[in-house]
Design a protein around this ligand. Structure first.
Ligand code: TGC
Ligand code: FAD
Length: 393
């Protein structure tokens, strides 16, 4: 966010390499020029602007941290910075990138066969193949281990039955990474399947009535005796570790990205407070408004430092512990939600309209607070790391 000196009070920009700044700045320019002018219309209509997909691909957003297959091979700090800029536009834009990159391309890259990688990754990097990630079910959200979706071996196919719920991009996806328990008559184990659009028995209706993430498609997936070729099963992983390891990667990006929404709200509220006059003074001159702005900036600086450290740890060690990710996702998403609500109040009645960004970000962040592990789930992951006692079992 090089354009706003006050937001970078702690000179975090100086902690970045020229390559990291460049990766961030081109995405920031795209968001400013091409996305912010259209987001209001799409949020109202409940649509995702598909025309931005080729541009995102050109900027190297999809599978940004992966090597080969037409991917950009960036480090995790650059990926986090890119997502932060996308979320400054809208959480729906960042969600599209997170799901494509961390939840679809990452498992294919990490656990897929050579044939699967060749077949899907280049097209996904180019934004020509859209992916989604099916873990959550109607009755199993925080507790995915209870999933009911089953795959039963039948010759050189698996027969898939069950349903998934709340799936980002489900209705527009060409390929769904679907996690199901394999029922071979012995011990059951969670496996990942690449379910392709058009497979008979596979449906992906869009969920209607959302007041959050309106500029993002969210769908149900249903599988009724879907015959999935055995070659579409991810061979490299089994157990809940498969989907949860993808979530570890995605959650790091989300933790970084949430500060983008926070910055959009802070910058907008600061500008508005300086121009809005009540009692013959700009409302920015009132101490209570200044306290709100000071609290926002303080949390933005803290959140950005936390996210940068997390991504650096991942770049240095190749991985980060789940509790390290949980602390950052838990802190940054809650901070961003609080900032969006506080910014909304600075705009007064204007703040409840979509003419200004805070209400849109606040509504979006309600989903971000819940998905990729609810705030409470991350509290308990940390609680387990602190005490050694598992609140889930
Ligand atoms: P538990 O017994 O703890 O673990 C089972 C296996 O998984 C391993 N594991 C992890 N591996 C990598 N990363 C992590 N973060 C991991 N957490 C656990 C663990 O080592 C074990 O492996 P193994 O080999 O020993 O079997 O599992 P549990 O059933 O007790 O559950 C733990 C809990 C509650 C933390 C987990 O289920 C959880 O995280 N629940 C939340 C579910 C969730 O986050 N769903 C997200 C769905 S996707 C989504 O929301 C996308 S929104 C995208 C967007 O639009 O941006
Ligand atoms: P529940 O698990 O029923 O939780 C309800 C409440 O109970 C929460 O407050 C929760 O924290 C609390 N709770 C649950 N267990 C405990 C406990 N042990 N202790 C204390 N409190 C507890 N999923 C996907 O698989 N793929 C996607 O692409 C995807 N995209 C999404 C997009 C949107 C817009 C949304 C809103 C959700 C998406 N999800 C996706 C689903 C998301 O991951 C789940 O909503 C989330 O994991 C929570 O599950 P749940 O909604 O069933 O809530």
């Amino acid at each position: 966010m090089s354009h706003a000196a006050i937001t970078d009070l702690y000179k975090i920009d100086a902690l970045l390499s020229p390559q990291e700044r460049a990766a961030r700045d081109v995405v920031a320019q795209f968001v400013d020029r091409e996305y912010l002018p259209i987001i209001g219309k799409h949020f109202r209509a409940g649509t995702f602007p598909m025309q931005v997909v080729p541009k995102l691909a050109e900027l190297g957003v999809f599978g940004a941290t992966l090597q080969g297959y037409g991917c950009a091979g960036m480090n995790n700090v650059s990926y986090g910075l890119i997502l932060q800029e996308l979320e400054r536009g809208d959480s729906g834009l960042r969600s599209f990138a997170s799901v494509q990159s961390s939840l679809c391309m990452y498992p294919i890259y990490t656990y897929g066969s050579d044939e699967q990688k060749e077949r899907f990754l280049p097209g996904m990097a180019q934004g020509k193949i859209i992916g989604c990630f099916g873990l959550t079910e109607p009755d199993f959200g925080s507790d995915p281990g209870g999933m009911r979706t089953r795959a039963k071996k039948d010759g050189d196919h698996y027969i898939l039955n069950g349903s998934k719920m709340w799936i980002t991009n489900g209705s527009i996806a060409d390929v769904a990474v679907v996690w199901a328990k394999v029922d071979d008559g012995g011990a059951e184990s969670v496996r990942g399947f690449l379910v392709e659009k058009g497979m008979p028995g596979f449906k992906a209706p869009e969920i209607q009535g959302k007041f959050s993430l309106r500029a993002s498609y969210t769908s149900e997936l249903s599988f009724s005796d879907v015959r999935v070729p055995a070659k579409n099963m991810l061979p490299g992983v089994q157990g809940l570790r498969g989907p949860l390891s993808c979530l570890n990667h995605a959650r790091m990006g989300i933790a970084f990205a949430a500060m983008g929404a926070a910055v959009a709200c802070f910058e907008g509220a600061r500008e508005y407070a300086l121009s809005r006059v009540q009692f013959n003074k700009p409302i920015a001159a009132f101490q209570l408004t200044q306290e709100k702005l000071a609290d926002m900036l303080q949390e933005i600086v803290k959140g950005q430092l936390l996210a940068l450290r997390l991504a650096r740890l991942k770049d240095e060690h190749g991985k980060v512990a789940p509790e390290q990710v949980s602390l950052c996702k838990r802190n940054n998403v809650k901070a961003a939600l609080d900032i969006a609500r506080s910014a909304r109040s600075i705009y007064g009645a204007n703040g409840i309209t979509d003419e200004y960004p805070p209400i849109r970000h606040a509504l979006n962040l309600e989903s971000v607070f819940t998905y990729e592990g609810t705030h409470e789930v991350h509290t308990l992951i940390l609680g387990k790391a602190i005490t050694g006692l598992d609140a889930f079992s």
